[in-house]
Design a protein around this ligand. Sequence first.
Ligand code: HPA
Ligand code: ZN
Length: 331
Amino acid sequence: MNDDFLTRLPKAELHLHIEGTLEPELMFALAERNGVSLPYASIEAARKAYDFSDLQSFLDLYYQGMSVLVSAQDFEDLAMDYFRRAAAEGVVHVELHVDPQAHRARGVTLDQVMTGLTAACARARTELDLSSAMILAFLRDQPAEDAMQLLEDAQPYLQHFSAVGLDSAEQGNPPSKFREVFARARELGLERVAHAGEEGPPSYIREALDELQVCRIDHGVRAIEDIELVERLADEGTVLTVCPLSNVRLKVVEQLEHHSLPALIDAGLVVTINSDDPAYFGGGMRENFAACQKAFGWSDETLTWLASNAIEAAFMDDARREELRQRLLNL
Ligand code: HPA
Ligand code: ZN
């Protein structure tokens, strides 16, 4: 009964890495198409290897997995494969983080990445009634100069990007390292988001707000360790894009029942539920909502409020936002 409610709930996904939607089935198919060798004997063996101890242990397999993505067609196939699954579970809008630096390091051009992804986004809109936005992500464990170079090189594609973001290994790579890059992005008219407070300390969340002027914090769950920060986030209505199953799989929390989500909500924060890297973390948006419903005993009202937060915080035009508001009202 409630299963059906969770599928019908119009879910906007604000925190998703498109490269993290690569299911082992497609990984193997693309490896064969492109003559790339994989370290897994089978699809099942790949899934079994997804047993992570922390963020870095995941990132190692994430960068490895994306090595099968070579042509524009591969990127289109990757995104369409995900969009179909997402639409089937009631996702109505997706904001994709894209990691061009990881592809360029392998000799794949920004043009190949963008040709494939923009084709898929256009198809998703007409074929699946799924809207999308793209976030140009910088790898925080690479030099800030490389991020700046990517931003300059991305100028021909800026109409496709709503925002810049910051991902990859957090600890030791504070937001302040990217102050100039984010200032330049702002000058270019881009919104800003950043991963902060996933593994990194609450001070990284403050830095993202003060030095990068972000409108949303990706993850942000470690804010709970700093009561003044929690109050500030509540006062300013800063949106957190929380990824419950990701946090469990990367051992940010021991088990979902111990997650700070209910406490963050009680403290008045605007949180949203997201899937991060669904192919690696055991489920998409529906699974994340369902796991929280089970762990926290959330009512349909709470689940609807969470879906509404995402629709309100999404990078989408007024007409689409109004359409999705109406869909939520008419559930
Ligand atoms: N955290 C940081 N960087 C990432 C993630 C994540 O969960 N997924 C892909 N890049
Ligand atoms: Zn993420």
